[in-house]
Design a protein around this ligand. Structure first.
Ligand SMILES: [Ca+2]
Length: 242
């Protein structure tokens, strides 16, 4: 009978320990997600001249992401980000891409537009099934003949999508849509140099400092969780069958 009681106490100790472990993890995770930077889950170019061909696996430069018009074919690019890990308010978001002029020596304005329909995937999207793009979010002038970094302010759209469905899709297109003007960018499949994939540079609202004398919820979780782990460990060790 005594050994059964000991076993039950150890079981309760183990449960308390695991609850404490969960609380500590939750508190720590909330603090840890204050970092920025996010890679895309999907990116692909669609080409008017080959309207049923999917280019989602394309990687580098001229075969990666395009925003241009050749006269007989338009090229647009779609990029999607999963925001489910972004728990706090986003006060600044920049779409950052590594690219250059599509036609050497011809600079161009490149638009980024919001896309409300997130059902597209990089393995299925084509010119003919591309989702409609919405309002202009920002313009950036691409004026390098060699690859360089460019960014677009997409703050309001990203924060609205975080609150709505936690997915943010964009369309990248040439503003002019004229022959011989446009840009090319690295896709996430580009494997030549690490770190050249499109990404979102995110700045979050600073954590609200609790009034003097109060403790933030994260620290409550960490403190209560730690106490549970200590208590659970004590019960498991103290009643280990003696
Ligand atoms: Ca891709």
């Amino acid at each position: 009978m005594k050994s059964e009681l000991m076993a039950k106490i150890r079981l309760v100790g183990a449960i308390i320990f695991l609850i404490g472990l969960g609380l500590v993890f939750t508190g720590g995770y909330t603090v840890a997600t204050a970092l920025g930077g996010l890679g895309p889950v999907d990116d692909a170019v669609v080409i008017q001249e080959t309207p049923n061909v999917n280019y989602g696996a394309n990687g580098q430069g001229i075969s990666g992401l395009h925003a241009l018009f050749t006269g007989v074919r338009r090229h647009r690019s779609f990029i999607k980000f999963d925001l489910r890990g972004e728990l706090e308010e986003i006060i600044d978001a920049r779409l950052v891409m590594y690219g250059k002029e599509a036609y050497r020596g011809v600079s161009s304005w490149i638009e980024v537009r919001g896309v409300e329909n997130d059902s597209w995937t990089e393995t299925e999207i084509t010119w003919n099934n591309q989702p409609p793009y919405g309002a202009l979010l920002d313009n950036t002038y691409v004026n390098t003949t060699d690859f360089g970094w460019y960014s677009w302010d997409v703050t309001s759209f990203v924060e609205s999508q975080r609150l709505a469905d936690n997915i943010a899709s964009f369309c990248v297109r040439s503003k002019e849509d004229k022959v011989g003007i446009g840009a090319v960018f690295q896709s996430k499949e580009h494997s030549g140099v690490v770190g050249q994939a499109p990404h979102l540079k995110i700045t979050k609202a600073p954590p609200v400092e609790p009034p003097v004398g109060e403790v933030s919820s994260e620290w409550y979780l960490l403190a209560v969780g730690s106490l549970c782990m200590i208590a659970g460990s004590f019960l498991m060790i103290r009643y280990r069958g003696v």
